[in-house]
Design a protein around this ligand. Structure first.
Ligand code: CP
Ligand code: NVA
Length: 305
């Protein structure tokens, strides 16, 4: 009898056991340090990458990771494919899984990722949706691990928009047991589904409108752009609403003196973060960006091993 193997999708941290997430994270760290050799993990394998939204870090770090692991990539612009002319996501998934070994998608519509995963017989990787950004979070957790070691004792503060990246931070806090103090304007709170999920999990997550209170005593202060891809029409209102959440030197001074500043990038300098913070001694943003490469290796090794 043939054993049916479950397809190892990477859709959201919420779906994983802490043990698997730790394995992925450590595999990325070991590869970075040269303690694990993943250079032939993807030999003979092809990863398809599809982007409905722009990307610098995700695209280049994923393509580089695949190549450094011995595999190859195909990049497809969904607008130029039959998807753009109305072929269903399900049919596309059925066909693409007969060619490639994994499918990675960045999309405006998280349901497309779920649909792709439902009908794909090869792993699907979420490269950011309107709902979440889980590959980013593996890089962020690697960054925290490098700086602090144990994650469970940390206090992380978020000051800014209640967006997709924050949802993945909420998932991570629940899985790794660190404290997450969120400050968002009332009109831009994280999605109610994400809030109920952390409450159900009993995660140590608090939500306020007061950025100074959220940042008090934090080990890491995190923010993201005020206007995410897809939110451009509300741009003016968001800029006004999010002014009190800007991370500047004054806000950083409320965190621990040893605190780091984190940002998934790209940054809008002068909006959500000042030059002094992003370029300052406490900024971990560049390590965080580098860690996208190592995180991707850990994720791909897990999905395709
Ligand atoms: N952080 C991140 O996902 O960056 P890109 O949009 O450049 O991929
Ligand atoms: N929240 C941002 C993240 C970009 C990496 C966006 O969705 O545009």
């Amino acid at each position: 009898m043939t054993e049916v193997q479950e397809v190892k999708h990477f859709l959201d941290l919420a779906e994983f056991d802490k043990d698997i997430l730790t394995k992925i994270l450590i595999s990325g760290v070991q590869s970075k340090l040269g303690e694990a050799d993943l250079s032939s993990t993807l030999t003979g394998k092809t990863v398809l990458m599809m982007f409905e939204k722009p990307s610098t870090r995700t695209r280049v770090s994923l393509e580089t990771a695949v190549k450094q692991m011995g595999g190859q990539t195909v990049v497809l612009n969904p607008a130029d494919s039959q998807l753009g002319r109305g072929e269903s996501v399900a049919d596309t998934a059925r066909v693409l899984s007969r060619y490639v070994d994994a499918i990675a998608l960045r999309t405006h519509d998280h349901d497309k990722i779920l649909e792709l995963a439902k009908f794909s017989s090869v792993p699907v990787v979420n490269l950011l949706s309107n709902w979440s950004h889980p590959t980013q979070l593996i890089a962020d957790l690697i960054t925290l691990y490098e700086r602090f070691g144990d994650l469970s004792s940390l206090k992380v503060a978020w000051s800014g928009d209640g967006n997709n990246v924050l949802h993945s931070w909420m998932h991570a806090a629940a899985k790794f047991g660190f404290e997450l103090q969120i400050a968002c304007p009332e009109e831009r709170m994280p999605d109610v589904a994400a809030v109920s999920w952390v409450r159900e999990k009993g995660a140590n997550v608090s939500i306020t409108n007061d950025s100074t209170a959220a940042v008090a005593g934090a080990d890491a202060v995190v923010t993201d752009v005020w206007i995410s891809m897809g939110d451009e029409q509300q741009g003016g209102a968001l800029q006004k609403m999010l002014q009190p959440y800007r991370v500047d030197e004054n806000l950083m001074s409320k965190a621990k003196p040893t605190a780091i500043f984190m940002h998934c990038l790209p940054a809008k300098r002068g909006q959500e973060v000042t030059d002094a913070v992003l370029d300052g001694q406490q900024s971990a943003a560049w390590d965080e960006a580098e860690n996208r490469l190592h995180a991707n290796k850990g994720i791909l090794a897990w999905c395709l091993s």
